[in-house]
Design a protein around this ligand. Structure first.
Ligand SMILES: [Zn+2]
Length: 236
């Protein structure tokens, strides 16, 4: 089991491989789990930003994003996505594992919360402005304050904060929100704190030409991947 976001898919693959090093286990009897939180994403992001080599920093950010996108996209078999990334099977005809990974066996979806995307979009559009930068902590507060509008009635989180963290990560992985540094002067130093980041909305159009709000409204799938992990300590 790995606590926290792994820096690259390569490291994820290596750790996964160690689970069944002796190759004696029957398929599915050994498991490898990754538990991540929005805080662990922030921690890794902060660590990368202490790098004073711009090119290296970019490379590390790209690798981190690939891991986040993999874990947050439960619609595609994790094994398939990893193999495709490393071009193990370039023909990409390999079928999904079917039942071994938590994307395929429905484990992940089991923990998803239903939410109203147009309402979420409206909360973001009204509150996330460049004139009023929101720190990650303030952003989490915003989601909590609007939980009744955002989540379907029987999916509103009660005491656990896990679902908010999952929602925030999901939005980052899908480019719905961005996490940026407020003050670039700290980049390359180890003085960066969570409060040096703020949440922004992408001002670019999506590949299909839709703007941010149109994208949110047109998106037919209103299940966000909210994995309830055992991290009750998921607090920023
Ligand atoms: Zn699978």
């Amino acid at each position: 089991m790995h606590e926290g976001l792994l820096p690259s898919l390569y490291e994820l693959l290596q750790e996964m491989g160690r689970v069944n090093r002796k190759m004696t286990a029957t398929p599915g009897s050994c498991s490898y789990e990754v538990h991540i939180s929005f805080s662990s994403y922030l921690s890794l992001y902060k660590r990368i930003m202490t790098n004073n080599n711009g090119e290296e920093m970019k490379r590390l950010l790209t690798e981190m994003d690939a891991v986040l996108r993999l874990l947050m996209n439960w619609k595609k078999c994790y094994h398939y996505t990893i193999e495709k990334y490393f071009k193990v099977n370039p023909s990409a005809n390999k079928p999904d594992c079917g039942s071994v990974c938590s994307a395929c066996n429905g484990e992940v979806k089991k923990y998803t919360g239903l939410l109203y995307q147009p309402q979420l979009m409206s909360v973001l559009a009204t509150n996330v402005k460049s004139s009023n930068p929101l720190t990650p902590a303030a952003f989490m507060k915003l989601l909590k304050a609007n939980k009744i509008n955002i989540f379907h009635a029987d999916h509103i989180p009660k005491t656990s904060t896990v679902r908010y963290h999952m929602l925030a990560r999901q939005m980052v992985a899908n480019d719905i929100i961005h996490l940026e540094m407020i003050n670039n002067s700290k980049v390359g130093t180890n003085k960066i704190t969570n409060n040096d980041f703020h949440i922004t909305l992408p001002n670019t159009k999506y590949a299909d030409g839709l703007s941010f709000s149109a994208y949110m409204i047109s998106s037919s799938d209103n299940y966000m991947t909210t994995i309830e992990n055992n991290a009750g300590q998921d607090v920023i």
